[in-house]
Design a binder for this molecule. Structure first.
Ligand code: BTN
Length: 328
């Protein structure tokens, strides 16, 4: 069930974020509602993925303290260049989707605007799938970028994948790989997903919204809703600081997109290839009404996926790839 958190919920969560006990009376006083209303509101935190522990005589606390997003701490992670190019940062308590949010504001916002949120009520994944987005435990980030001509955007999703994986490596995540075109995997399970939405003309200016979701501490209840094997950053040896991670990803995206604007895909090919999870693997590629079975043979100069099969090598620019496991 998705709830739309309002101001009272936001204030309650901010008060409880320290993980300590707070009495119903204190919470009521600080949020301007009765103790009975506090109790009712606390029940609404559960569907956000927040477990509240209540003890008579002591009050209420969150089962785990929260590392909430903080503008200054995110911005501290940007170098001078990225600070210049990150033209705005909207830090939301809850939105439907950070990408949908930027899409609605694209006409007022300049290239380089970022939206981060604690919670998405309608997180969007690729191929119309939902993106499971519980409160305060993962990262949900979108960046608006403008390019001259959608015709020049071939390979963009691989560029973004390289930017994200390099940012995660920089904060200490080890043994990450990429699954074409842009899933970040840890031990074969999905750690981060990227959604790229393009609007505009093939020749004139076009607008891209890059959406990045990173699992950082997925609660098990929400994890059970994910329909594919997943991993989170707690397993990877990375420094677990949401603000620092967000800063690192923004800086890496800005650097990557600027470089892509100037030089295209070529400078990213090697970085992508050395992290290719599918190279030499038996793969199945699903299309709308067919599938192709073969061996992954990496990517070509324009970022197409190469699959070797009985009759030769196919170059693919779309399709859902999975690794085939042999029955033992
Ligand atoms: C995928 O299916 O692999 C793509 C997932 C992308 C999820 C991110 S979370 C931030 C941004 N907002 C969304 O609604 N989706 C993207």
């Amino acid at each position: 069930m998705n709830v739309e958190p309002d101001d009272i919920i936001e204030r309650l969560v901010r008060l409880l974020a320290d993980g300590r006990f707070h009495s119903g009376e204190e919470l009521g006083l600080l949020t301007g509602i009765s103790r009975a209303a506090v109790w009712k509101r606390l029940q609404q935190l559960e569907p956000l993925g927040l477990s509240v522990h209540s003890v008579r005589g002591r009050g209420h606390r969150l089962e785990k303290p929260l590392d909430l997003l903080d503008r200054e701490r995110v911005l501290a992670g940007l170098d001078a260049r990225a600070s210049d190019r990150c033209t705005g940062l909207d830090l939301k308590f809850a939105v439907d989707s950070t990408s949908a949010y930027l899409g609605r504001r694209a006409s007022e916002y300049t290239s380089g605007h970022v939206c981060l949120t604690e919670y998405q009520t309608a997180g969007r994944g690729r191929r119309g799938r939902p993106w499971v987005s519980p409160f305060g435990s993962n990262l949900y980030l979108s960046l608006l970028w403008r390019f001259q001509g959608a015709g020049q955007l071939g390979g963009l999703s691989l560029v973004v994948a390289v930017a994200v994986i390099e940012a995660l490596e920089r904060i200490g995540a080890a043994r990450l790989l990429l699954k074409w075109p842009n899933d970040v995997l840890y031990e074969g399970r999905k750690l981060a997903g990227i959604l790229i939405e393009v609007a505009g003309e093939a020749t004139g200016e076009c607008q891209v919204i890059v959406g990045v979701g990173v699992n950082m501490g997925m609660p098990s209840l929400e994890g059970d809703q994910i329909d594919q094997p997943w991993a989170d950053l707690t397993e990877t040896g990375a420094r677990l600081d949401r603000n620092h991670t967000a800063g690192a990803i923004i800086a890496s995206l800005v650097r990557g997109l600027e470089r892509f604007e100037r030089y295209g895909l070529a400078p990213f090919l090697n970085a992508w290839r050395v992290r290719d999870a599918l190279y030499g693997q038996p793969v199945t590629v699903q299309f709308a009404d067919s599938e192709l079975v073969g061996i992954g043979r990496g990517i070509d100069e324009v970022g197409q996926f190469l699959v070797e099969h009985g009759e030769g090598t196919e170059r693919l620019s779309y399709g859902e790839v999975s690794i085939r496991r042999y029955a033992s």
